[in-house]
Design a protein around this ligand. Sequence first.
Ligand code: DOR
Length: 450
Amino acid sequence: MSRERILIRGAQVVFPSQTAQANILIEDGKILAVDAARDQTAERVLEAEGLTLLPGVIDDQVHFREPGLTHKEDIETGSIACAAGGITTFLEMPNTIPPATHASELARKYERAAKVSRVNFGFYIGATESNLSELQAATHAPGIKIFIGSSTGDLLVDSQQALEEIFAKTTLPICAHCEDESTVRSNRQRLGDNLSVHDHSRIRDRQAAIVATRRAIDLATRHQHRFHVLHVSTADEIPLVSQGRPWITGEVCPHHLFFSVEDYDRLGSLVQMNPSVKLPSDCKALWQALLENQIQVIATDHAPHTLQEKQQAYPSSPSGLPAVENSLALILNQANQGRCSLQQIVGWMCDAPARVWGLVGKGRIEVGYDADLVLVDMQLKRTIRNDEQWTRSKWSPWHGTTLQGWPVHTLVAGRTVYSDGRVHDEVRGQAVHCDHARGGYWQTADGIGI
Ligand code: DOR
């Protein structure tokens, strides 16, 4: 946290209900004023005319691989990539080795992150078929992650009885990876052994996603349990998610917005992920669902593997791709193309994830909120290059893509963690504080939500 007074002068500021030029005053890591005078005295002044100020992005789905698979990424390198991408808070998934399915493993992650993470952090506890008491005790985790359908790692809860117990007897919000295990297995059997990466979307087909999402939403509805559907990938799941309000929220990832089965020819296993890519019409429907507020959150599912691992022949190639340092720019580029507004981007990437997980002091530029902020240059054009990536895996499926609109300066609790293409090594983030009683997504008449 920065004790000094900092003035961010002259930026276009994206507030919860309007965008306006303003001078933002920060003290003790928090926003002290949103209408400071231009000549307000401060120890440090950031001249931000021509730039746009957003709340720092909150990415509620990343895989940072520590412990166990740190040749792909670790908490430090993942957090550095976040800082460069304008992400000031990440929530990390439990499919590490060993998995974060009990208190001591979770505590180790929090201790490690406090030492090395450049941005703020939270760690989900993973559900198994037999760790109910751990799930009940993990009150400092943002939520419970259930793999209803296996992915990378061996976490899977498929028995109906175990799922009923988790939804009935726990209080933390739950999120889930929804791909039906038996559908995936029978598709795999039917398709035999002579497979190409195109078959990934036939094995993990749309039916697998729809069946599992329907099953999870049925559980959440009957038990009235706060539930967040991770990485929605088909048009058919959208009405399932949106009919479940107010308990149920949904999320979409950039790869499901921008890639489809048509990209396998060009990118092969670089676009192999779980849930799989679907049809171009699904990409279009997911965009529309964001615009109509049927899906609330954009998160990355940042899932790094090395290029060497990815280049193995299918099905040995692992599923997942890195995205934290490019997700904001990918969406800002859409705003520049007129597909959405900055206000909507802040809703999807900052405000909604803060409310879904009850993150205290996060997601908005308002007096009293944490000074987790990102200055973006909406004019700046840059081409994504593998060799310039901060992630340890050093590649991006968007290599060669030119985007307009990039984060140029990231602050965590008022301290500069990224500027001028450089990550500042001395900054550390903090564990998020979750007020689960406030967690949820309730729409108000003005469309902003509480
Ligand atoms: O493609 C994926 N890879 N999807 C997931 O949900 C998990 C992830 C991973 O951890 O590699």
